[in-house]
Design a protein around this ligand. Structure first.
Ligand SMILES: Cc1cc2nc3c(=O)[nH]c(=O)nc-3n(C[C@H](O)[C@H](O)[C@H](O)COP(=O)(O)OP(=O)(O)OC[C@H]3O[C@@H](n4cnc5c(N)ncnc54)[C@H](O)[C@@H]3O)c2cc1C
Length: 290
């Protein structure tokens, strides 16, 4: 495979500089942050035509700030820094805690929050947890900044919904309810594998211990992108949390999946494991509330 002919490596120091570079190089520019997925893009043929790499790491976006209504994590913050987020050891943040257990230390030190989302790879773990926590993504572009729900950022496998001259500047994780718990479970073939199936869930208990708010996020090849299962969430909302309910919610994901078959496993296998892991993730979340 022919390697791309890179002509420039740019290290802009301001958002304005990024915009100028994106204007200058257009389609032949590629943003880079931790750089850990660049080989993955290259192997899939996405780098042909790339002439300039625009490294975002000098923009000062590696900050983590507590705000009134949640935590704002700069786009170039690495996974390792997420391990020190305020509240990371609470039940509500369980999905993120679980997901961060998977990447090896070298990746945690490099991989960034923005890159993990922008890559739009449903086989990653950490973005599924961001979604279960109802995070939003701040996007910078020529027209200023806009904030979008993370649910809306995925356009397809390896395809995000950002406009040509936009980039992710931060992730906002809203404050979680005291009676919320979340969990993430992944099936992998070995300790360094991408997810065959990944499921992140969150439940919040309300009056009389009934579930007042549920999230079920499916990843890892159950669809082309990370996708919430509205059918499973519908089953869960307003009901008493127990194994029977979790089984019904797990069965309900069937209407929200379109699993892929590949060299790692079949669509049928993914569908079966998806059900099993949805139920187990819900059980794990409930155990965290106990
Ligand atoms: C050996 C290995 C093991 C891994 N294990 C795991 C694991 O266990 N769990 C897991 O969840 N993930 C895992 N990953 C995947 C890893 O999480 C991603 O590669 C990483 O999150 C991508 O982030 P990055 O900063 O390195 O992005 P980059 O590689 O720099 O970029 C990835 C893509 O995002 C774009 N991009 C980057 N930043 C921005 C931005 N701010 N705005 C817009 N576009 C942007 C780039 O243009 C590129 O298209 C693993 C990767 C490797 C190589």
């Amino acid at each position: 495979m022919a390697l791309p002919e890179l002509k420039e490596f740019c290290l802009p120091e301001s958002g304005g500089d990024v915009q100028n570079l994106l204007d200058k190089y257009g389609d032949s520019a590629l943003l880079v942050a931790g750089g850990t997925f660049i080989h993955g893009l290259e192997a899939r043929g996405f780098l042909s035509g790339t002439e300039a790499l625009i490294d975002l790491r000098s923009l000062g976006l590696n900050t983590i700030q507590s705000e009134k209504k949640g935590i704002r994590v700069g786009a170039t913050s690495n996974f390792a820094s997420l391990e020190h987020l305020p509240g990371i050891d609470t039940p509500a943040f369980g999905a993120l805690y679980d997901a961060l257990a998977y990447p090896p230390a070298q990746i945690k030190n490099l991989a960034t929050v923005g890159g993990s989302i922008a890559a739009a790879c449903p086989f990653f773990d950490v973005p599924a947890a961001f979604q279960a926590l109802d995070s939003t993504v701040a996007v910078a572009g020529p027209g200023g900044n806009r904030e979008i729900p993370i649910d809306d950022i995925y356009a397809g496998m390896f395809e995000n919904s950002l406009e040509q001259n936009e980039y992710i500047s931060s992730l906002f994780i809203p404050q979680q309810d005291d009676r919320s718990a979340s969990a993430y479970l992944k099936l992998e073939t070995n300790a360094n594998d991408l997810a065959l199936v990944g499921v992140a869930v969150r439940i919040t208990l309300g009056r009389k211990n009934k579930i007042s708010d549920a999230r079920v996020v499916l990843g890892g090849g159950l669809n082309d992108t990370f996708k919430r299962s509205s059918a499973a969430e519908f089953v869960l909302n307003g009901e008493l949390a127990n194994d029977d309910l979790f089984q019904r919610a797990a069965d309900a994901i069937a209407s929200d999946i379109s699993p892929i078959s590949d060299h790692r496993c079949s669509a049928e296998y993914r569908a079966t494991i998806g059900r099993v892991y949805t139920k187990r993730a819900l059980q794990r979340a409930l155990e965290r509330l106990a």
